[in-house]
Unconditional design. Sequence first.
Length: 351
Amino acid sequence: MEHRPLGRTGLKVPVICLGTMTWGQQNTEAEGHEQMDYALDQGVNFFDTAELYSIPPQPETQGSTERIIGSWFKARKNRDKVILATKVVGRSDMDWFRDDGSKSRLTPAQMRFALERSLRNLQTDYVDLYQLHFPDRPIAWGSNPTRFDAEAFRPAGDETPITVQLETLQTFVREGKVRHIGLSNESGWGTMRFITESEAKGTPRVASIQNAYSLLNRTYETGLAEIGLREDVGLLAYSALGQGYLTGKYLDGARPPGARTTLFNRGQRYEKPGTDDAVRDYLAIASQAGLDPATFAIAFTLDKPFLTSTIIGATTMEQLKIAIAAGHVRLPKEIHAKIDAVHQRRGNTAP
């Protein structure tokens, strides 16, 4: 498995990262353990989780994914074999993350509470990469990150300054509980502010940014790709399969039994006008290349120079094996030319 530098940390991570967000709802503890065993055996020693998980977020299952990873560490006694990433939630109206019922914010107190609980859940005394899951300021992201709405960017009165967030993270690093830091669901403006503030104050420098990136959503290429390349902030791409839509299994409103959108009705991001047409176009190119649609969609992301690692997720071992094997596939230039031609016609149908 190819490895690439994680920012300026000195660490190298595999181009495939094991995503874990289904463990605790769609997957059992035993299935999560089986996935981690297989991934590590295949050279995938980079795992990503979050205090938010499992998905969909709800009070009853919050932290379940971290606990499954923690029980695996305890049973296998192999914490030193894994580069572990987790996240603290940002600004939201969800009020079950903190014991006092507060809405989630990136205040020093909330960040401290989140980290200490994650360490207990994970049964470890440190995490290799601690990420801010989403910003502590109003921002258009997620289901429609390119929508311009002045209200979506209007500063909130209780925002925690980026400098304070970095100083809090610096404390965690000095304590040895966090090795490196990263961002997630962040904008170009936010990424540069974190970089400039850290350089000015000598606080830890962000090593990575975890944003959506796929054939259906290449918005990262506008602005953030240049920042990542010039500033050595690597992309950890999520949703390379467009939440499964790029496999074609949801075409024409299909709802396969047991699939995520079937179970949770959370696929609206990938059900916008023109998306089915784009999926069909990409499936045709995958067929011409003789590749499984999932392999094709993952391989597309791996050829990008700003990509550090693509986060894959699976609910079955068959899916996991296909996703990990895709880490060894590279698409020829003529296939990328066909992909770019479709993108020119279809654009980012599911930003």
